[in-house]
Design a protein around this ligand. Structure first.
Ligand SMILES: NC(=O)c1ccc[n+]([C@@H]2O[C@H](COP(=O)([O-])OP(=O)(O)OC[C@H]3O[C@@H](n4cnc5c(N)ncnc54)[C@H](O)[C@@H]3O)[C@@H](O)[C@H]2O)c1
Length: 379
């Protein structure tokens, strides 16, 4: 077995009602909280009302470089000493980036990967408290924040272990109001974030256990949470799937779904979870085919078969692909073409995806022709 390292949020409180701990948790770290919310801050007004010295900062969508710059200015102007992200992955990422950058000099571009200098933060970020309201991204336990640059047409991360949340409060009750479209896209993102680290060459015994449990929960909860939004048990399954996937991806990396989705999201502006969902089935099929042809002894093939059992109750790659395809159909996931990708864009997407950090955990390196075939079959 290879050596491995493992890191996650300093403290995790999980369960229905756990968001009620927010005032006490915030008070442990400061008295001037900046609370990043979604575009509708009133959605969780009761939670925010319990905080003293608060300034709210609405984040309208997946954050851009300019959104982060404006948030950093707001945090400094407020004299924020703690930053809370109360929302979906977009809000958590914005809050995480604002917390990291507020005490540090320079511009966000000095710190992001790929299009920036990728500098580590010189000063410790402000304490970041994560309260997710979707069950999808696991951003509450990852050490990166994703930001899009419309000018470059890409989504990139700033990443550092000091960006991990000091406390993650994961309360499935907060996800009860998610509409079916958000449940579908965020839920399929969560599932993918358990599957990709499960087959990754960077998997380790800790992430293996987390991914297996996350997949089991998705198998039980995803279709139900989509069909019956107020089913707290199904919502709890998916909140746990999201949490476990987040911990797993931060420690064992991701694969082709996220490699392609990051580039497509930057080019089209399509929501992240939805983009992942459009690619999931064909990325699995394409990777399995390449493994059978070029690395038939890869342990990842056994992992895909086990994932079939964890999700559907029947072991085997065929069962996995059938279950995923049926779930994507039931959840009304569109095609790659329907989210705005044209065939002329395939070569550029594949080139950029092949170089992306998110692609690094795929069990086999897919060549340009294989990546293009995945896009074609997903269209
Ligand atoms: N940092 C990481 O590790 C990581 C991992 C994966 C994805 N991401 C990022 O996360 C973002 C996607 O996050 P997401 O899938 O949670 O989507 P999102 O945050 O964009 O939210 C989707 C929609 O759901 C709404 N919403 C959120 N909570 C709700 C609730 N409880 N009830 C009703 N509506 C609600 C939001 O207002 C928004 O309109 C992307 O920006 C992606 O790049 C980050």
């Amino acid at each position: 077995m290879s050596s491995f390292a493992f890191a996650t949020a300093a403290r995790i409180a999980f369960g229905a009602g756990s968001a009620g701990q927010l005032p006490g948790v915030v008070a442990e770290f400061g008295s001037r909280p900046l609370v990043c919310t979604g575009a509708i801050p009133d959605r969780f007004a009761a939670l925010i009302a319990g905080l003293d010295g608060v300034r709210t900062w609405p984040v309208a969508g997946e954050p851009t470089l300019d959104d982060v710059r404006a948030g950093v200015a707001a945090a400094r102007e407020h004299g924020a000493d703690v930053v809370v992200g109360l929302g979906g992955g977009a809000v958590l990422d914005a809050a995480k980036l604002i917390a990291a950058l507020a005490p540090n000099d320079g511009d966000v571009l000095d710190y992001v990967e790929v299009i920036g200098a990728g500098r580590p933060p010189a000063r410790t970020p402000l304490p970041f408290i994560a309260v997710p309201t979707t069950a999808g991204t696991g951003s509450e336990v990852t050490m990166n924040g994703v930001v899009s640059s419309p000018e470059h047409g890409v989504k990139v991360s700033m990443r550092h272990p000091s960006m991990l949340a000091r406390v993650a409060l994961i309360d499935p009750e907060l996800t009860l109001g998610c509409p079916p479209t958000v449940t579908a896209s965020s839920g399929l993102d969560a599932l993918t974030q358990c599957l990709e680290p499960y087959v990754s060459p960077f998997a380790n015994p800790i992430t293996d256990g987390l991914c297996a449990e996350g997949l089991r929960r998705a198998g039980r909860g995803l279709r139900r949470a989509h069909a019956v939004g107020d089913d707290l048990e199904a919502r709890t399954d998916m909140a746990l799937c999201s949490l476990l996937g987040g911990i797993a991806l931060a420690n064992a990396k991701l694969g082709a779904v996220h490699g392609l989705a990051g580039v497509i999201g930057g080019l089209t502006g399509a929501p992240h979870g939805l983009t992942c969902a459009t690619l999931l089935v064909e990325c699995c099929r394409g990777t399995v085919t390449a493994l059978r042809e070029r690395q038939p002894d890869s342990p990842a093939l056994g992992r895909y078969a086990e994932a079939g059992e964890l999700l559907s109750g029947t072991a085997g790659v065929g069962a996995l692909l059938d279950w995923l395809a049926e779930t994507v159909r039931l959840l009304g996931v569109p095609t790659v073409a329907e989210i705005g990708v044209s065939a002329e864009q395939y070569p550029q997407i594949c080139r950029q995806a092949a170089a992306s950090s998110s692609m690094k955990g795929n069990p086999i390196v897919l060549d340009a022709a294989e990546l293009e075939a995945i896009l074609r079959r997903s269209a």
